[in-house]
Design a protein around this ligand. Sequence first.
Ligand code: ADP
Length: 458
Amino acid sequence: MSPLRNRGWILPSLIIVLALIVAGLGSAWAALIILALGFAGITAFHLVHLYRLQRWTTSSQEHYVPPPEGIGVWGDTLAALSRRERQRVAFQTMQRRTIEQFYRMAEALPDGVIVLDKHCRIEWANVRAQQWLVLDLGKDRGQSLGNLVRMPEFLRFLTDGEDADVASPDDEAVQTQQQELQQRALVIPAASDAGKVLALQQAPFGQGGRLLLVRDVTQYEAAARLRREFTASVSHELKTPLTVIVGFLETLQETPMSSMSESSRAHYFDLMQTQASGMQRLVDDLLTLSDLESGTRNKEEEWFATTPWLQSLQQQTQALSQGKHIVTLTLPKEETLVHGVHDELASAFTNLLTNAVRYTPEGGKIELSWVIDSKGRGIFTVCDTGIGIAAEHLPRLTERFYRVDRGRSRASGGTGLGLAIVKHVLLHHDGELTVNSQIGKGSAFSVVLPAARVRLVR
Ligand code: ADP
């Protein structure tokens, strides 16, 4: 404030001028009294304002409380203080909201978050991280995380982070090291739940501290395990026929034509043909499965009549059975239409029929039936009088490459993928597969299609 705008000098000046005038008139005592009273009044005025200001400053200032009002020089000063105080409280409120927002955000994350200081002591953790790592922020704040999560690989992971933190962050090599560290994830089982798998990543945070991100990767890990198992199974399935074919080819190469009879050569070619056909079926089934599982499956669904379709499936089954089984078909009185991808449903039903032929000894019966139940659902059943399946195998039948009797499946040309294909086709058609079976008596595989996919033609 400029000295001119500061009105504090006006009153003392007036008192002095008045005292000088009175002194000039010859009354020195009166001038002294005016001076004493005037300055005593001014002092009292300032003391009162100072007292009110002191009371205001020592009161709680969390919310904006206007300072006391004042007059004269105090009016200006207190108004300026009021403005500053309002700004301070607004800034503090904004800061508090930002911090609250940060905590709410960290709590809303699907991941766990832990803030560590430079000695790896816990400063803060969201609820998810506390649950997964069995921490209690109330008790564990300030504790070293390495002492609470007692796993050697976790301690190594934290130590790696420390090494990267120690060096100067300007160093390019250190920056690369820190980036690598952020990308590197430690995968550990969750302390809270044996089935849960967690991936931990760390990043530099604040003053030499670290931010630990904890993600639930149970599903990714399970998918990765399935992929590994699947690759191993496919390799194994292809290895056996390939070994046989390569073996025969070597024999044919090494044996002079003249020393091999026509019939043994034909036998070798027959065996190689069988193995090659098996591989072809396997590759075809793998392609069908991958097509069904791919997210880009773009097949046209349509309404199609069931009677001619099921009759042709019955004929195919008869041809496959080569007259070794009695194949019957039961249809409802009214014609029905089904909504779906014709080729996919045909592939699923054919797999069930092929299995019935494969696993039913000669002379057995295979009954196909298509029934519309009281809820309007369509039920396609393949019932055979075959070898049957023990109850413990039933829950796993639709797993890829799951077979009850590996030798029997292979010998009859099975790939171990048929029921997996059925399962996936039904997933796309909102259908269900139910299996009833008894060892030695036979099996009944039923496909239930929802009423929305079935229509009666009247
Ligand atoms: P596969 O190509 O081996 O037949 P599937 O996935 O079609 O593979 O069937 C899985 C397993 O279920 C078969 O290996 C077989 O053990 C059993 N299975 C399927 N259908 C029948 C059936 N109708 N009777 C007895 N066992 C069956």
